[in-house]
Structure formats: C-alpha cells, structure tokens
Design a protein around this ligand. Structure first.
Ligand SMILES: Cc1ncc(COP(=O)(O)O)c(C=O)c1O
Length: 444
C-alpha cells in the first residue's frame, strides 16, 4: 500500500447521536477504569480483587497446532509460566494486550487500517457477543433500522426484541441492492426519522452466499454519508472467500478513501477459520462507539475469556500474519471443494426442481424450490423443508427464517461444511423426493 492520505476523521461528538439511551446511561466500572494504571512502573497495586494464581490447580498447558505451510506437520506449543498466568487471570476488557496488538496488525495487513488513526479494536466472545453489544448500544426500542434481507437469523431476534422498526433492504446475486436502498431513502417521508444503522454481511452472506460487488459497496458508503447512518459490517466469511474474481475490499478498508471516515464498524470472527468453540471475535470502529461496546462488556461479562485469547495468540505469534493468511487460504480452498461437490450433486439430482446462484464464500447454498408450475407465483418452502424433507430424512432451513418479516419464500438454505461426498449425494437425492412429495401434495 503506497502513501496513505491524511484522514478526515469524524469528531467524537458526532457519534453522540448514534448512542442509545442505554449506552448513554451506562457508567464505567470503577475498577476496570483504573486497571490500565496498574502498568505504571514501580506502582504497587491494591486495586483489583484478582485471585492469587498460585492457588489455581492448572500448572502447565501443552498442545500441538498445524504448521500453516505444511498442514501435515505439527508445531509443539507449551505455554510459558507468564502466558499461563495471563490465561488463568482476569485481563483487560478490550482483550489480552499481545492478542489485541496482533489483531491491530492484521487489520492493517487485511484492510489497510493503521492503529492510532481514530479507530479502536475490542475482542469479544465471538462476533455475536459484539454484535449484541453494538446493537443495544446504538438502537433504542422502536428505532428504525436497515437490515439486509435475507439475513443471518442469529441477530433477527435481537432486533425484534428491541422492537426495532425494521426496513428490509433486498439483496441479489451482486449482494446488497444499494440502488433499492437509495430509492427507499430518496422517497423517505420527511416526518419519519431515518435509520441510524445498516446491518450487512458483505462476503459469502449467510444465507445467500453472495458477495457484494465493489460498486454496491461504494454506493452504500456514499448513502451512509448522504443519509447519516453507520454500517455494521458483519464479516465472519472474509477469510473464507473463494470466488474467482479478486476479493473486493471491505467497507472498513474502502471508507478510508471517503471524504470523511468513521461510519463503519467491522465485526470479524475467528470462528470459521480457527475455532468456533473458543468464542473469539473482534470489532473495529470509531472510538466513541467502541467505548460504548466496551462499557457494555464491563457491565455484562467484564471481558472475553483470557485463556482462549492466550491459546490463540500462542499459535498466531508462531505463525505470523503470513502464516495466518496461508492457513485461511487453505480453509477457503477446503470450502470451495465442498461447494463444488455440493453443486455437482445439486445438478445431478435437482436440475429443474431448484434454482441457485453459485456462492463465492462461506458454507451455504441458498436455493429456490420450484414448487409450482406457475413462474409468477412465489412458492413457500416451509412445508417442503420442515415436513417433507424431514420425513425423507434430511434437515435444512426454510428461507422464511432468514427474513425479519417472516414472510413466505420459496428459498431454502443448506449448509455444506460438514458433509462428505456420499452424504451430499444421499441428502440431495432425498431432497429431490421431498420436493416431488411437496409438488404432489400441492396438487391435491
Ligand atoms: C453472519 C454471521 N454473523 C455472526 C455469526 C456469529 O459468529 P461468532 O461465532 O463469531 O459469534 C455468524 C455465525 O454463523 C454468522 O453467520
């Protein structure tokens, strides 16, 4: 990356309008606020009620990890006494410093965003934890929000519980339909407040598998500026991109070139490439908004799990950023192969019964069930998937669960991450029978 332009950062006060009442009223944790002072040389701290680690029963931890350059080789790792101590102890709200430092560097490598340029990074118990904290920090009950649809169903209940006024933004094979969002915004009734946030999954969207094109991303960024909203870029599939075209830059990266910077909060996840059980994700965004998320953490669960962070950084520090990227490349090749097997079997068993667009990232196939002979009528996949497919011995999700409105749709989602080729073949053979069952039931 060449010389970077001087950034026109939005000032801290700008973000006050984006904070929910909950976030404004939330106060700091008196102890955690002072914890950074403990690092002052020579200081004797009597601040925190940290248990004395000599009373902890775990005395060593050794494990092996893959060599990123040769997955058949293993690297032996034994935590040093200092690492073990950090892992077993309370640690800072935003994350274990060594891990946080590594992640800042990763954001620079992957998105061209440098530490100290008006943004902040915090670790959470998976990106889901940070998404929950972000939404409750930015949205008041009844507030309007833009959600791309179909969308990740894991956050629909969150927006519904806060009783948000949900405006769905359509997506298609090129990702989020920025032109449709523009049309919505340009005809917005003057008496209605416009949404303050837009939620989108930019690569390998769950469930559609679509990746938003560069043009769409740029238009969304322009709209965010023109109509004053913040983009929640939920991106667990960034490192699982296997499209043939080069991966377009993230919103977080692209906004660096915008006339003003600071309308994107990016949510990364280590779940799809390192471990989903360790529950580690991280968010990167404007200082004021990230501090609101941290304050929620201090109130809710104090911090993400120290040991999970130590385990991961002990691997990542040996791998380096290049090693991590080599590893993620291998992971994305793995899912590309899974996708190919699935798509071949789809063609074999379901041609004429379903329609789909080939996903370019992630682990999902989103397909439309052709349940009626009438092309104009949108069928409903719910019975075919919930009843007929289940009876035939195959489980998938009907598309309605991915729509905040819960309206009927002919689409369904199948995850291909775990299945071996014979299982894919059998599952899709059963699905074919289920669709034929649903078709005959519809005729009765
Ligand atoms: C779009 C999307 N966002 C967030 C998550 C949650 O990820 P994490 O495991 O990091 O909490 C998922 C998990 O499947 C997802 O698909």
């Amino acid at each position: 990356m060449g010389d970077l332009p001087v950034l026109n950062l939005l000032p801290d006060e700008f973000y006050e309008q984006f904070l929910s009442e909950l976030a404004v009223n939330r106060t700091d944790d008196a102890i955690r606020e002072l914890m950074p002072l403990e690092n002052r040389p020579g200081l004797i701290s009597m601040l925190v009620g940290k248990p004395n680690s000599s009373s902890f029963p775990i005395t060593s931890l050794s494990f092996t990890a893959q060599d990123p350059n040769d997955a058949s080789k293993e690297i032996a790792i034994r935590l040093t006494p200092e690492e073990l101590e950090v892992g077993l102890q309370y640690s800072p709200t935003q994350g274990v410093p060594e891990f946080v430092d590594w992640l800042y560097k990763l954001q620079e490598v992957s998105h061209g965003r440098k530490r100290g340029e008006g943004w902040k990074l915090s670790v959470g118990n998976g990106s889901q934890d940070l998404l929950y904290k972000a939404v409750t920090s930015f949205v008041n009950p009844g507030d309007p929000v833009f959600l791309e649809a179909p969308m990740y169903p894991g956050v629909i209940p969150l927006f519904q519980t806060i009783r948000c006024n949900i405006y769905e933004v359509e997506t298609d094979a090129k990702g989020i339909c920025s032109h449709k969002l523009r049309a919505m915004l340009e005809s917005w009734p003057a008496s209605n407040p416009k949404p303050k946030i837009l939620y989108t999954v930019p690569y390998g969207c769950n469930p559609t598998g679509m990746t938003a094109t560069l043009e769409r991303r740029l238009e969304i960024l322009a709209l965010a500026r023109e109509h004053n909203f913040v983009i929640l870029e939920d991106d667990p599939y960034f490192y699982v991109y296997y499209g043939t075209a080069p991966r377009p830059p993230s919103y977080f990266s692209l906004e660096r070139e915008q006339p003003d910077v600071g309308r994107v909060i990016r949510f990364d996840s280590l779940s799809k490439v390192l471990s989903s059980g360790l529950r580690l994700g991280f968010a990167s965004g404007p200082l004021t908004l990230m501090r609101a998320i941290d304050r929620h953490s201090t109130n809710a669960n104090l911090q993400p799990n120290s040991m999970a962070q130590i385990l991961v950084i002990s691997v990542l520090s040996r791998w380096g950023h290049d090693g991590f990227l080599t590893h993620t490349q291998r992971v994305s090749e793995f899912y590309r192969a899974k996708r190919d097997v699935f798509e071949t079997a789809l063609r074999r068993h379901l041609t004429g019964l379903v329609e789909w667009v080939t996903p370019e990232s992630g682990m999902f196939m989103w397909f439309k069930l052709l349940l009626t002979e009438d092309d104009d009528e949108e069928g409903d996949s719910a019975a075919a998937i919930r009843t007929h497919a289940f009876e035939r011995g195959v489980l998938a999700l009907p598309g309605t669960v991915f729509l905040p409105s819960g309206r009927k749709t002919a689409y369904a989602r199948a995850s291909f991450s775990l299945l071996e080729p014979p299982q894919v073949d059998e599952a899709l053979r059963r699905l074919k029978d289920a669709i034929l069952d649903a078709r005959s039931a519809a005729k009765k």
